[in-house]
Design a protein. Sequence first.
Length: 184
Amino acid sequence: MSDHHHTADHDAHAVPGASKKKQITTALVLLGVPLLVIGSLVAYYKSQSVGHVAASMSEEAVTGRIQKVGTLQLGESKREPKTGEEVYKAQCTTCHAAGMVGAPKFGDAAAWGPRIAKGYDALIVSALKGKGNMTAQGGGAFADFEVGRALVYMANAAGAKFTEPKAPEVAGAAAPAAAASKAK
């Protein structure tokens, strides 16, 4: 048994130590190269976007981005009012032509007689608000005076002598007419 220890054999298996100078150089390269790459990419993109930003901030470009995309129109504000017959054909005929679910048939004087006797005012309230199986306006979406026209059309076909309601004057159309009559 030998207690003989060789220092040369021990040193042969050991990893030689790196010098401090080599360690610093390696650290600088590993940190510096990515920083240089990132810095050059940022500089490149900044130079590319300067012209783009200036063009996108022009008055025409801004106006183009904030212009309205569409419009919303609720209802038919500028359509011609429907006649009583047109409203009847569009909405009332479903029930009143056949006398469905208790509706008085169109032109049936016996069925309409008691209703006509109550008068136009009572009938228009029923037509607008609904009564029995009929919903408000019979489920339609007409102006109140158009429903009144349809009511007069149906009641007069059964023997009533109601006068048809007229379309209400539009505030914008009445003002110029009034101004023109005052100017004379």
